[in-house]
Design a protein around this ligand. Structure first.
Ligand SMILES: Cc1ncc(COP(=O)(O)O)c(C=O)c1O
Length: 403
């Protein structure tokens, strides 16, 4: 069988650059010990990796103070620290219908059990949230705005700079979920008016799973929702107030941090612009080819100017999971199907009732050949579905809506 065509990079990037595997392996063998806890050489080396990666990432996002970049397990972890560490009973939070469950569920829990109100701003037919609509929802008790920088279903990149500007006018913290953009889209927390930037390491930052983090601007307060070892000032009864310890708990994932460091180094060597150019060209090619296929409905793919390399579609008459199975079994193409942990996107698109969509996520190692093969496979699956529909009277079949 031909090698797998991996088009599930929006879930996690695969493969990683060779340098990521090599550096992780070498680092962990040589100095994979607990950083910052003792004074022996290996420990210092691990500490240097931790601090060096903190500095590289803070610089990558143009954060003014590297110590305010904290490592977590992933974006979900960082979002939980943010949401539970800011909101309290009586507060209102504003978010969007584009969010992932890593935002929606913490907010839902706070709504159900914590006396927090949540307002959900919908996206328009092109897949964008209107900053003015967010402003219209501001109330005296609004304490947090959380916005997905780019949707993991439809790929649209939100106007966060303008949203941030409006939030700043009211002194409301803006948290941006950059899970789908960090490593793909240039992010400058100062220019983009971001108060809390949340990222995950295993997607476009090209690191391994189990590492992520957040950058918190000076002046923003996130309460402790956990406490534990920090390796310093062990006699203190309470968890430390100062960053980065404030939001870091226990032994860090030093191997993950090594991989993240190597991933960011690779991105800097290649250049964010050249990676993004490559992915955008492939996304456009795929979008154009899928558009030509009878029976394929694409969602919010008209404006690729503000878009990451994520495309969602359905084939008329097929559930997304059936399309995904055929692409996998018959063509060895890996994609993601279903609701993609973003149920409100599908409710708004009208695709929830047909169990979501098929998603292609393009990464830096995809090629034009992959895209042509994927488009050809989708065309063949669509032709089979079309043939089946014609062969039997299939009244009542849902037709995917196209927005
Ligand atoms: C937009 C978005 N937010 C949050 C997450 C959660 O990331 P992680 O699973 O790394 O915590 C994802 C991952 O799919 C995502 O796409």
């Amino acid at each position: 069988m031909d090698p797998i065509i991996f088009l599930d990079n929006a879930a996690t990037s695969f493969p990683k650059p060779e340098s990521v595997y090599v550096f992780m392996d070498q680092f962990y063998r040589r100095s994979g010990v607990n950083p910052g806890r003792s004074g022996y050489d290996l420990c210092l080396e691990a500490g240097e990796l931790l601090d060096g990666t903190r500095k590289s990432l803070a610089a990558f996002f143009n954060g003014a103070d590297p110590n305010r970049l904290c490592f977590t397990y992933n974006a979900t972890d960082a979002l939980n620290l943010t949401i539970f560490g800011i909101l309290q009973k009586g507060d209102q939070a504003i978010t969007t219908t584009l969010e992932h469950n890593s935002v929606l569920r913490p907010l839902y829990h706070l709504w159900k059990y914590g006396g927090v109100e949540v307002d959900y701003v919908p996206f328009d037919n092109a897949g964008f949230v209107d900053p003015a609509e967010i402003r219209r929802r501001f109330r005296p008790n609004t304490r947090l705005v959380v916005v997905n920088h780019a949707s993991n279903v439809i790929g649209t990149v939100q106007p966060i700079r303008e949203i941030g500007r409006l939030c700043r006018e009211q002194g409301i913290p803006l948290a941006v979920d950059a899970s789908q953009t960090a490593g793909k889209v240039a992010i400058d927390v100062q220019r983009d008016n971001i108060d809390i930037l949340i990222f995950t390491g295993h997607k476009s930052l090209l690191g391994p799973t189990g590492i992520g983090g957040l950058y918190v601007r000076e002046g923003i307060t996130i309460r402790h929702t956990r406490a534990g070892g920090t390796g310093v000032r062990s006699a203190d009864r309470l968890h430390l107030e100062e960053y980065p310890y404030r939001l870091e708990y226990g032994t860090p994932n030093i191997m993950g941090i090594a991989g993240l460091k190597a991933g960011v180094t690779w991105i800097l060597e290649k250049g964010l612009d050249s990676i993004s150019e490559h992915e955008t060209a492939l996304t456009k090619l795929l979008r154009d080819k899928l558009r030509e296929i009878k029976g394929v409905a694409l969602y919010c793919q008209d404006d690729l100017a503000n878009h990451v390399s994520v495309l969602s579609f359905n084939i008329n008459g097929l559930e997304a999971s059936d399309t995904g199975t055929m692409l996998d079994v018959d063509y060895n193409i890996a994609c993601r199907t279903g609701l993609h942990c973003a149920p409100l996107v599908h409710e708004q698109l009208g695709t929830a009732k047909i169990k979501g969509s098929v998603r292609f996520g393009i990464g830096p190692f995809n090629t034009e050949d992959h895209i042509r093969a994927a488009a050809k496979a989708v065309a063949e699956v669509a032709a089979v579905a079309d043939g089946r529909r014609k062969a039997r009277p299939s009244h009542g079949q849902e037709r995917p809506s196209s927005k």
